[in-house]
Design a protein around this ligand. Structure first.
Ligand code: PMP
Length: 357
């Protein structure tokens, strides 16, 4: 049958040529592939939470503005409540930003490699995407980026710092240079900032084009799906128009309110992950065949002699890490999330067996 009358032709070529973000479902008991926290709430915390959730009226819509939750976030961050917008994961906020910004050049600038959803979402929504390769230290190539800003005038620039999958923070002076040079939206994605302890939120005072993105996914609540945008109120006012009503369900609103009322629950676990990160860094560096890149996040990017075979070998040992397919700069790289002490020990023992000294 000819393709001409096919319903597929009604879907723009740009959409058809994009590969979906895929998360392979491989069953391993040690899961170090998703940059999640290895720690769930304790049993007694879950019990307290479930008592609270049991009181939710499920026949009613959630608070469409999630005002109580945004007010708690405003209190804990010191940021005005009308500059805070919530999403069903930061993925959703990325999508809304790409929907709303795009009024001038229709172009989006992203570094490479970085979190792939910036590119995928932008292409699906009909934007032109320019990728500027990071330099040899995985920092921003500032000359090339400034040149692209001059020639293409991107409506949006996405900068994840710490960057996924490289793990490093970008140089602050380069990020600020970009904020100065561009009058498009500069989205600084701080998904991993709890592990780097660096934030750009204070710069929103100075730069009206700065949007800061956060998520609860890396600190123990990936299943809750909650992303947070901090920006000037006149920006969140516009972005909010593209947000679907009731995008944060009642359960998620209540879980996060509970988390904010009990901040020590999360802080203690971030401390554990940071300690484990340093211990794992030392252990990985002792394995000669593995090149461990510096990280400020809750994961390591490593380069190994043959990433595909190590990936498979680790699966046989019941350990799942993240691999990258066909991506130049990431050839033979794997990304390993910091797990619990026991999980990290299991990983190190497996690696020592695979790469005996
Ligand atoms: N930004 C970055 C840099 C990420 O690595 C991820 C998740 N891998 C996200 C955003 C999406 O997070 P969420 O679970 O909040 O949608």
């Amino acid at each position: 049958m000819s393709d001409e009358g096919s319903i597929k032709n009604r879907i723009p070529r740009k959409v058809r040529s994009v590969s979906a973000y895929s998360v392979p479902r491989i069953d391993c008991s040690v899961r170090l592939d998703g940059n999640e926290s290895p720690y769930d709430l304790e049993a007694e915390e879950k019990l307290a939470l479930s008592k609270r959730l049991a009181k939710l009226p499920l026949n009613r819509y959630p608070d469409p503005e999630a005002l109580e939750l945004r007010t708690s976030l405003s209190r804990s961050s010191g940021f005005p409540v009308d500059g805070i917008l919530l999403g069903n994961g930061s993925d959703e906020i990325i999508q809304i930003i790409v929907e709303v910004f795009g009024g001038k050049s229709g172009r989006v600038l992203v570094p490479f490699p970085t979190f792939s959803m910036y590119r995928i979402t932008s292409l699906i929504l009909g934007k032109q995407v320019t990728e500027v390769e990071l330099d040899e230290n995985f920092d921003i190539d500032i000359e090339q980026t400034l040149e692209t800003i001059r020639t293409e005038d991107p409506d949006i620039i996405f900068l994840a710092t710490p960057n996924n999958p490289t793990g490093n923070c970008f140089s602050e002076e380069k990020v600020l240079e970009i904020l100065e040079a561009s009058d498009g939206a500069v989205v600084v994605d701080e998904a991993y900032c709890d592990f780097s302890k660096k934030s750009y939120i204070a710069h929103i005072d100075k730069y009206e084009n700065l949007l800061v993105l956060r998520t609860m996914s890396k600190v123990g609540f990936a299943g809750v799906r909650l992303g947070i945008l901090f920006a000037r109120p006149q920006i969140t006012h516009e972005v909010n128009k593209a947000r679907l009503p009731y995008n944060i369900n009642s359960f998620s609103q209540d879980v996060l309110s509970f988390v904010l009322e009990n901040p020590e629950v999360t802080q203690r676990k971030i401390g554990l992950i940071l300690r484990e990160r340093e211990r794992l860094r030392g252990e990985l560096k002792r394995i000669g065949k593995i090149n461990v890149y510096p990280t400020d996040a809750n994961f390591f990017l490593v380069r190994v002699p043959d990433a595909d075979s190590l990936f498979e070998e680790l699966i046989r040992k019941d350990i799942l890490v993240r691999r990258f397919r066909g991506e130049g700069r990431l050839v033979n790289c794997l990304r390993i999330t910091v797990g619990t002490r026991e999980e990290n020990d299991q990983l190190v023992q497996a690696l020592v067996k695979i790469f005996p000294s």
